[in-house]
Design a protein around this ligand. Structure first.
Ligand SMILES: Nc1nc2c(c(=O)[nH]1)N[C@H]1C(S)=C(S)[C@@H](COP(=O)(O)OP(=O)(O)OC[C@H]3O[C@@H](n4cnc5c(=O)[nH]c(N)nc54)[C@H](O)[C@@H]3O)O[C@H]1N2
Ligand SMILES: Nc1nc2c(c(=O)[nH]1)N[C@H]1C(S)=C(S)[C@@H](COP(=O)(O)OP(=O)(O)OC[C@H]3O[C@@H](n4cnc5c(=O)[nH]c(N)nc54)[C@H](O)[C@@H]3O)O[C@H]1N2
Ligand code: SF4
Ligand SMILES: [Mo]
Length: 906
């Protein structure tokens, strides 16, 4: 019998509610929860394909202990594993003190998981060395809110999007990173054609497609832009002196600072037209309701905190905060980034928005936990934590729910640090992440659909997540692992761990967390699981006795600072840490694609999520390409003193000269280097300690690897494809260029691409053929041109092409993978696959699927555009973009490209 369980999507911070359908203990489907206030039933492509990720076949199923890192481990019982870990941690603490151990955790944990990790480190062990991947993500937003508004609380709600008159998207690309939020932006525009959308982003992102004004500012120049907008608003009387007077301090100083930020001066710094800056400032200042939405383009910077303050200033100066449709709305990245902030899960914070630096806050938390004290010395933040592993200052690290061997910048340093660490515990759902190679002990954690607890989304809304199925094998919930370990460690250290960690279930932890918020800005003493189940997800604050949560903060203009006033911070334009120069002239940006999630441990198991791009592509400006003798498809080396990566390059409209873009998703599981973080910058912001992941100065050179190789293998099922993927992974390291991916929908394909300097020998090709199960001559057609060193092979069975191996000439892959995935290519067309240069037969036109939900290709869309269709007509006729809507920006771009005169004007 099928049943449905209420949960949330485990991807982004929009926090969409889902209904997980199960049958006989297995997840069989997922749909948007129509009752969830965040999404009202909608889901994007990632959420909608969650059920397909339920069983990849390589989940971690039992604890594993490694004698040698990187080698297969031995299976151990949970008792053994946790006793081992407790003994190692206790011995290290006894010998070297509490600060010789550290925890590196994640905004993808539940609030309950997070809470017990924090208490374990700060309460039981007595070290503040607990930091999280939120340091790479939200810590500048935390610091920005605290410096200006007093506490870390985003004041807005999604409903403000629909009430806004101006939406200012700066350093965010919600069209791909927060798709359901972007659906609200589209809804707002449809309901109010006068709504003005401004996007500040160095590249023409998918979100910029919908913008009335795109400010393609120089990377890292946001403060100049914000100060310039403030300058103009002051000059034109668009500020609210009364609000400034009554509710803020520090304006006079900032007013002096922004004097020289004239439109002309800012145009120079930002590299955009002065008129555009004036336009943005006027729209904002005259709007009556301006909503800013921002994310990593502001946060991941050496001046990320001031980037945040700079945009918040615009709201304080105009009084556009605490009003419907107005306010500075920092979008959270991970599903529970906000929950982590609530429990104080960073090395400088304490529970319930308290500060480590504040003695009274430390005393309050110590009293709450029943421990003599909470240590005063600040813990190490992510970048410093890994540096301390390298020097030996920190000896043992416990990593949970994050993959630092891919996601941290300067991977050479990170991997060296992990290598030199004395003891690494990894608590993971999957056994094959890049970090797993460095673990001495692997602990299997439950994952999406299995776990339970609470999460808080971008609009401060807390949802109770229920388990739909049991964890596989011996996997346990994160909070259970921590509690069990804490009790064992306590015993070894002579501390009563049972008393500190008495929890019988997650709800007991939540109750303690709620109690810790009493009287604080985020007071949720009115919440418990029963209320969340009965009344649905709630926004904080929600104190005891309240009848509901708060949609909007600061409506009364009173801020949680000592004098009740918000503060202007003296912010000035500053350079990025890496400044492009003659040796490293290109400014490399990195970020997200619509269909993948970070290191792809989950999305990388779903073939259709690779259909947009099945290899990591570097996007560049045509001039920069020509200058280097590159064309789309050329291989390049991206390098700087930190490292290098080899990828294929693609010309992309929407990038300015001197800028390049690469997605962050490909790491050593899908290519032969750590990906973009081989070169990304690890310099940090002085207040938030967030690294400047968004900007790296790099050299990009053409790489001459004359022998390309590609193998496309059709698989009977997703699980067969994933098994093959696992088997092929080690091959990646053999080649100077190599990537691995999936493709297709009902018929999944595995695609290997590589290139090398010398033609591979017969033995090498034979080994690859064997790996892909296409050795031998059964059903095989072979084409060899010895003079050109071309060697191709196609294998057919039952009249269907099963696999193609192309060596020396690989152009055919582009159309072959589509034809094979769609089962169009019968055996009679095989010769085309092997023909010189690999031209497609006329019946197979190259195409890409744009709308995955309605299964609509770019060829179909272009046909309709040619026949005069616009977006609504396309939606009506082909149904594309009418389901999850994720592809609407792509369709819009295609439509714009079809009308060149319009694009030129935009
Ligand atoms: N599909 C998908 N969605 C995700 C995630 C994912 O992995 N995949 N991850 C989630 C997480 S954890 C996060 S933190 C969010 C991130 O969400 P976003 O921050 O919206 O996404 P990014 O692609 O990292 O970066 C956003 C934009 O910042 C621009 N940018 C770069 N430098 C600058 C600059 O100096 N100034 C300005 N103004 N803009 C700049 C980039 O060109 C990019 O378009 O996404 C969340 N959602
Ligand atoms: N160059 C560049 N680098 C970046 C960024 C960028 O924009 N550019 N963005 C940064 C940002 S904003 C972020 S948030 C980070 C994200 O970086 P990471 O945190 O490293 O990314 P994920 O791949 O999501 O890692 C989460 C891991 O937890 C595992 N997991 C999933 N569910 C569970 C669970 O319930 N329990 C446990 N124990 N494990 C689980 C997953 O398999 C996965 O391996 O990357 C940062 N790195
Ligand atoms: S917008 Fe997409 S990825 Fe984000 S929570 Fe909703 S369904 Fe999940
Ligand atoms: Mo993030």
């Amino acid at each position: 019998m099928k049943t449905e369980v209420k949960s949330t999507c485990c991807y982004c911070g929009v926090g969409c509610g889902v209904l997980i359908e199960t049958e006989a203990g297995k997840i069989t489907g997922v749909r948007g929860d129509p009752e969830h206030p965040a999404n009202r039933g909608r889901l994007c492509t990632k959420g909608a394909t969650l059920a397909l990720t339920a069983d990849p076949g390589y989940r971690l199923l039992h604890p594993e202990r490694r004698g040698m890192r990187g080698q297969p481990g031995e299976r151990v019982a949970w008792d053994q594993a946790l006793d081992d870990a407790a003994e190692r941690f206790a011995a290290t603490i006894r010998e070297h003190g509490p600060d010789s151990v550290a925890f590196y955790i994640s905004g993808q944990l539940m609030t309950e998981d997070y809470y017990v990790f924090n208490k374990l480190a700060k309460g039981l062990i007595g070290t503040n060395n607990v930091d999280t991947n939120s340091r790479l993500c939200m810590s500048s937003a935390v610091a920005g809110y605290k410096q200006t508004l007093g506490v870390d609380a985003p004041p807005c709600s999604y409903e403000d999007i629909l009430a806004a008159k101006v939406i200012f998207i700066a350093g965010a690309n919600p069209a791909v990173a927060h798709p359901i939020v972007f659906r609200y932006v589209e809804d707002a525009k449809a309901a109010n054609p006068d709504l003005k959308i401004i996007v500040a982003d160095p590249r023409r992102s998918e979100s910029a497609e919908i913008a009335d004004l795109h400010l393609a500012i120089k990377p890292g120049s946001d403060i100049a832009l914000f100060n310039g907008m403030l300058h103009l608003m002051i000059a034109e009387g668009l500020i609210d002196p009364d609000y400034i007077e009554r509710h803020t301090t520090g304006f006079a100083e900032l007013k002096d600072i922004v004097k020289p930020y004239t439109p002309a001066a800012v145009a120079e710094v930002c590299g955009v037209a002065a008129a555009d800056i004036v336009q943005a400032a006027r729209w904002f200042g005259q709007s009556g309701a301006a909503l800013s939405m921002y994310c990593q383009g502001l946060n991941q910077s050496v001046h990320g905190t001031h980037n945040n303050a700079g945009i918040i200033h615009l709201h304080l100066a105009t009084g556009l905060i605490g009003k419907p449709g107005a306010g500075p709305f920092s979008l959270t990245g991970q599903p529970n980034a906000m929950g982590g902030r609530e429990v104080g899960g960073l090395s400088n914070l304490l529970s319930a928005h308290r500060d480590l630096a504040n003695p009274q806050h430390r005393a309050e938390v110590a009293a709450l936990w029943g421990v003599p004290s909470v240590p005063e010395k600040p813990g190490k933040s992510a970048i410093d934590l890994f540096a301390a592993l390298q020097t030996g200052e920190i000896k043992a690290v416990w990593i949970a729910c994050t993959n630092p061997a891919q996601s941290l910048p300067n991977q050479a340093a990170v991997r060296a640090a992990l290598q030199s660490a004395e003891y690494v515990v990894l608590q993971e759902a999957y056994g094959n992440t890049d970090t797993a190679a460095y673990a001495d002990l692997l602990l299997p954690a439950s994952g999406w659909g299995e776990k339970h607890g609470t999460v808080t989304n971008s609009e401060r809304r807390i949802t109770h997540v229920n388990s739909a199925v049991s964890p596989p094998g011996e996997a346990r919930h994160d909070w259970e692992i921590v509690v069990d370990f804490a009790r064992r460690l306590g015993q070894k250290l002579g501390i009563d761990g049972e008393r500190l960690f008495p929890y019988a279930d997650a709800e007991a932890i939540f109750a303690e967390h709620c109690a810790s918020t009493r009287g604080r800005d985020l007071d949720i003493t009115g919440l418990d699981y029963a209320l969340l189940d009965a009344a649905g997800p709630q926004q904080w604050p929600y104190p005891a006795g309240a009848s509901g949560g708060k949609t909007r903060l600061y409506e009364d203009g009173v801020f949680p600072t000592a004098d009740g006033k918000a503060r202007f911070v003296p912010v000035k334009h500053l350079a990025t840490a890496d400044v492009p120069d003659a040796d490293y002239p290109i400014s490399l940006l990195s970020g997200r694609m619509r269909d993948h999630w970070h290191g792809m441990s989950r999305t990388g198991t779903v073939p259709r999520l690779f259909n947009l791009e099945d290899e990591p592509l570097l996007a560049m400006h045509p001039c920069d390409m020509r200058h280097r003798g590159l064309e789309s498809g050329s291989l390049v080396r991206i390098s700087n003193p930190r490292g290098e990566a080899v990828v294929r390059v693609e010309e992309r409209p929407g990038l300015k000269k001197g800028r390049a873009w690469m997605p962050m998703h490909w790491g050593s599981q899908f290519m032969n280097t750590p990906g973009v973080n081989a070169v990304a910058c690890d310099a940090t912001d002085p207040y938030s300690r967030q690294p400047e992941l968004k900007h790296a100065a790099v050299q990009i050179e053409k790489l001459d690897l004359p022998y390309p190789l590609a193998i496309v293998r059709r698989c009977a099922s997703q699980s067969e494809a994933l098994a093959l993927l696992q088997a092929v992974r080690p091959v990646l390291q053999q080649y100077p260029y190599a990537t691995l991916g999936l493709y297709g929908r009902s018929t999944p394909l595995v695609v290997l691409r590589a290139a090398m300097a010398e033609a591979p020998g017969d033995a090498e090709i034979d080994t690859l053929d064997r790996l892909f199960g296409i050795a031998g001559s059964d059903g095989a057609i072979v084409y060899v041109d010895a003079t050109k060193r071309v060697a191709k092979k196609a294998v057919a069975a039952d009249g269907r092409l099963q696999a193609v191996r192309l060596c020396g000439e690989t152009q055919a892959v582009a159309w072959l993978k589509q034809a094979m995935a769609e089962d169009e290519l019968d055996a009679s067309l095989i010769r085309f696959a092997l023909a010189p240069l690999g031209k497609p037969p006329v019946s197979v036109a190259p195409r890409n699927i744009v709308c995955k939900c309605a299964d609509v290709t770019d060829v179909q869309i272009r046909q309709e555009l040619a026949a005069g269709a616009d977006l609504p007509k396309l939606q009506e006729k082909l149904r594309c973009g009418t389901f999850c809507g994720s592809c609407v920006p792509d369709i819009r771009r295609m439509a714009a490209e079809f009308a060149p005169s319009e694009t030129a004007a935009a």
